[in-house]
Ligand binder design. Structure first.
Ligand SMILES: Nc1ncnc2c1ncn2[C@@H]1O[C@H](COP(=O)(O)OP(=O)(O)O)[C@@H](O)[C@H]1O
Ligand SMILES: [Mg+2]
Length: 264
C-alpha cells in the first residue's frame, strides 16, 4: 500500500483535481484505491460520485482511529463499476473544520496512519486530499503519507507557497513520520502560450530542480468537463482529456517507482 498526500497552501490550485486525476490513473492501472477526503468542503467525495449514506466522516476516524469507524465513514464510488477495481472514499464533512487546529497531540496527528495500517491489505493506493492550509488536517495527512505531492499554480506566489509546503513536509518527517518524502511539485493550470506562466515554470524549476515534476498539467476544459460529469478523465476521448490523463498516468508511475525504491 502506497499512501500519497496531496497538499498546498491555497485553495483552488488543483489539489482535488490532482487527486481525482490520480484516482482515474490508478483505476486504469487496476489499483484498488482509497481516497481520504480531509477537506471539510468534501469536493473529492462529491467528485467521485459516491453511493449511499454514511453515519460519520473522516473526522470520526481521526478522533478515534478504529477500523469500524473507518468502515462507517467509507462509501464506494461509482467509478468502481464494471471491470474496474474498487474506488472507496472516506468522506469529508463539516465536522472536520473543528480539527484544523495547531495544538493537536501527536497521537491525534498520527491517527490516520494508525487506522490505515489496520487496513493496509485492502488497498494498493491511498490518496489523501488535504484542505487548503498547512494546519492540523494537512499535518494529519502528511503524517499518514509515504510521499507528499505539492500542487501549485505558475503564479508569483508559487515559490513561497512551495517552499513553505516543503518545509511542512520536512517538519512532519522529523517530528512524526520518518518515512515521509516529497514526491514533488505538480504545477497545475499551465498555459504555455502565456509568457508569465513560462517564466514561473522556469523559475520553479531552477529553484527546486528535480522536485518539479516533468508532468506539468495544462489548463484544459476537459478537466472541468470530467468533474462536471463525475467521470474519470480517462473516460473522455478528446485530445485534451487524453493529454491530461497521460500526465496523471506518468505521475502515478513515478510514485509507484519511488515507493518500490524506498522498500528495496
Ligand atoms: N488543469 C486544469 N484545467 C482546467 N481547470 C482546472 C484545472 N485544475 C483545476 N481546475 C479547476 O479549478 C477549480 C479548482 O480546482 P480544485 O481541484 O478544486 O482546487 P483545490 O482542491 O486545490 O481547491 C475547479 O473548478 C477545477 O475544475
Ligand atoms: Mg479541494
Amino acid at each position: 500500500m502506497i499512501v500519497l498526500a496531496v497538499c498546498s497552501l491555497k485553495g483552488g490550485v488543483g489539489k482535488t483535481s490532482v487527486t481525482l486525476g490520480l484516482v482515474a490513473a490508478a483505476r486504469a492501472a487496476g489499483l484498488r484505491t482509497l481516497v481520504v477526503d480531509l477537506d471539510p468542503q468534501g469536493d473529492s467525495t462529491a467528485g467521485l460520485d459516491v453511493d449511499g449514506e454514511v453515519s460519520a466522516s473522516s473526522a470520526l476516524v481521526i478522533d478515534e482511529p478504529r477500523r469500524r469507524h473507518l468502515r462507517a465513514a467509507t462509501l464506494r464510488s461509482h467509478w468502481s463499476d464494471g471491470d474496474h477495481p474498487p474506488v472507496d472514499v472516506v468522506v469529508g464533512g463539516d465536522d472536520l473544520a473543528a480539527m484544523d487546529r495547531t495544538d493537536l497531540s501527536s497521537r491525534r496527528l498520527t491517527s490516520l496512519r494508525t487506522v490505515l495500517d489496520k487496513v493496509s491489505g485492502d488497498h494498493d493506493l491511498v490518496l489523501v486530499d488535504c484542505p487548503p492550509s498547512l494546519g492540523g488536517l494537512t499535518r494529519i495527512g502528511l503524517a499518514a503519507a509515504d510521499r507528499a505531492i505539492i500542487v501549485t499554480e505558475p503564479g508569483v506566489f508559487a515559490i513561497a507557497a512551495a517552499d513553505r509546503a516543503l518545509r511542512a513536509v520536512h517538519d512532519v518527517r522529523t517530528q512524526l513520520n520518518p518515512r515521509l518524502q516529497p514526491l514533488g511539485i505538480v504545477i497545475n493550470r499551465v498555459r504555455p502560450n502565456i509568457g508569465e506562466h513560462r517564466y514561473r515554470v522556469e523559475e520553479l524549476t531552477s529553484l527546486f530542480g528535480p522536485l518539479v515534476l516533468t508532468q506539468q498539467i495544462p489548463e484544459r476544459t476537459a478537466v472541468q468537463r470530467a468533474q462536471g460529469a463525475y467521470v474519470p478523465i480517462h473516460a473522455l476521448r478528446n485530445p485534451g482529456a487524453r493529454e491530461v490523463a497521460a500526465l496523471f498516468d506518468g505521475i502515478l508511475a513515478h510514485a509507484v517507482r519511488a515507493a518500490r525504491r524506498q522498500r528495496s
